[in-house]
Design a protein around this ligand. Structure first.
Ligand SMILES: [Zn+2]
Ligand SMILES: [Zn+2]
Length: 128
């Protein structure tokens, strides 16, 4: 029993490492392929189950766009830039809080959270 538990948590740690090792905001298939390089006999179902547990315990973030679910190992507050050409998501970390503050003051609102999503064409798509 203990051995099984250990194996499960090792799988989960490996999946977490895979998600944290990349900035591409991967989908489950990508994570499955990368995890299989380290744990060759892991199943897609196990990867999904562990991803859900990691999301539930707040260790990774689940993102959705129209076409797929993606996972983010960066759990600090940040926003995203989405490339309309290649579909990749990039982290945006320098949104000026002063903009939010001046909006709140202007309208007498109290802002408790915000999420900004930028969309456009990324550098590598512009250059190709
Ligand atoms: Zn792109
Ligand atoms: Zn992100």
């Amino acid at each position: 029993m203990e051995a099984i538990k250990q194996r499960y948590s090792k799988q989960r740690e490996t999946i977490l490492e895979v998600v944290q090792s990349t900035l591409v905001h991967p989908n489950a298939d990508w994570i499955y392929k990368e995890t299989r390089k380290r744990i060759p006999n892991i199943s897609l179902g196990t990867v999904y189950r562990n991803l859900n547990q990691l999301v539930e315990t707040g260790r990774i973030i689940k993102l959705k766009d129209e076409s797929m679910v993606r996972y983010d190992g960066n759990i600090g507050h940040h926003d995203h830039f989405r490339c309309a050409v290649c579909g990749k998501w990039y982290d945006v970390e320098m949104i000026d809080q002063a903009i939010i503050k001046s909006f709140a003051e202007k309208h007498d609102f109290q802002v408790e959270s915000f999420h900004l999503e930028l969309e456009g064409t990324c550098k590598s798509c512009l250059n190709s």
